[in-house]
Design a protein around this ligand. Sequence first.
Ligand code: ADP
Ligand code: MG
Ligand code: ZN
Length: 595
Amino acid sequence: MLAGIVLLLAAAAAGFFIYRNTPRQKVQTVAFSEFLHEVDAGQIASITVRQNLLDLTRHDGVHVRTMAPAGYIAANPTFVPLLEQHHVTLDVAASNSPAPYGYLAAFGVFAIFGALGFLIYRVTTGRVPSIEKRAGRMDPRAPVVTFADVAGVDEAKDELKGVVDFLREPGRFAAVGGRVPKGVLLVGPPGTGKTLLARSIAGEAGVPFLFASGSDFVEMYAGVGAARIRKLFKDARRHPSCIVFIDELDAVGRSRGGHSLSHEEREQTLNQLLVEMDGFAPNISIVVIAATNRQDILDQALLRPGRFDRQVHVGCPDVKGREAILRVHSRKITLSPGVDMRSIARGTPGFSGAELANLVNEAALIAVQAGRHAVSDQDLDAARDKVMMGAERRSLAMTEHERVTCAYHEAGHAVVASLLPEADPLHKVTIIPRGRALGVTMQLPEADRHTYSRAYLDGQLAILMGGRIAEEVFLEQMTSGAGNDIERATDIARRMVCDFGMSPLGPLAYKGQAGDPWQRESNAISAATAERVDAEVHAIVMHGYRVARRLIEHNREAVKRLAEELLVSESVDADGVRAILAGAMLEAAPTEAVH
Ligand code: ADP
Ligand code: MG
Ligand code: ZN
């Protein structure tokens, strides 16, 4: 027993030692496309390749890292000659030590003991170890961004100009009598540029940027989160002026009074944050910016005057915004002359800034892989499809029967979609597997949609049913391939009944059933109502099924031709579908009322 304790303590000491001394070195990473540009521009001195990880040294001695697409180096016979042409030293590192598993196992055992010991150390001493260092990271090498790097959120930028002015000249600001901004809350969905905006304020004003994430403060042990908050603001007060950015504020800022286990800890952390924000000396110009996508769950105390009393909404960009964001990101790549950014922007409704940035990067990769030096319209189009639907998996082996099933399934979706007047226009049908799907029928809304009409949703249900029905009608089979369609259709129908008031049950919100353990809402529905809800959901889905079935049975020729074309050429675009449908005799969409 005693020996066991001694062993544990030794492991604890070792574990803690390792914990403290592991260098947390961070190498800056660059996009692969960026790397290829740097090679072209002759900025790269040497490369060490470790599988698809590339460690780069630039001529100015800076080390950076990038990741090649899987299999890129093996599949590109031009890659090594390209490096030679630019006199880049190429080195290949062994991917692992000679006996990787032995080391790994030894390390694993060691790590487990270490972790165990560390845990005991923490619990028994009750002292807060130095992990509070984690909060308030400042990365001086991070590139400075300014408002010019953020696009499509002009209103937010206008509102934030005041903060920049204040940080630039706090004295003058006070003299004019402007109310000093203390806390700004950026509210909006993920990927819309909240972090980027916060960084750009620091960049515009030329002040340090201290970054922390709400989840850094959420710990099991009481007091750790609060200590980290204290540390963060202590660091901040070292600068005459700076920005403290707290990402995911909702992780700490949830309203109090919940019954979760870590509730006491969270309350302490939140209180500490409030105390720090209230306690700024008037001569210090620190602005706290926080970001969240769940403003509704924040504790009201956070939103009071003197705290996060300024809320700036950062939404998904509209067409103009998307075009602007695409332009910002394509500054870094070479575009072929005549690339039409406006049409790409029009074809990407609902894309966030992050997705658009991703699109541009993918387009550059596609161009590079094809051995071209400039990005064309086609590359951007292909990148859009890739971001939207997942990458093509051409290697997935499908049996001939699966291909036929898939072709009829997608043809069913596509024919129903093109015959319904309310549906979004068809963009493309393919039986090239993408992501998890074996085939895809893609529609593109003509404009950004914010609300959905009853007719649109009914149409959506019919389109979803079209795949399964085509299989039934032409191949006399049912497959699991329609599983996802069915799930989505059921979700839509349920929301139509429970959230949108689109059934005879009337415009009421039907929340979960009373008695569910996770259900605490007061307007939970009774078992009897739940049965009626289920019946209405069923009726709505079956209506969609009947509409689609009739369309497909009346237009067998069109479905068959489209499926055969898909089997030959794998994908058919909107014009192709139109041509095929024009050749077959079409019958207009029959109409039927649900009730
Ligand atoms: P959020 O914090 O809202 O989740 P981020 O600021 O982390 O979003 O955005 C991630 C990336 O997406 C950014 O680094 C940037 O490259 C791109 N991005 C997002 N929004 C915009 C925008 N409005 N303008 C330009 N780039 C954007
Ligand atoms: Mg963010
Ligand atoms: Zn389907």
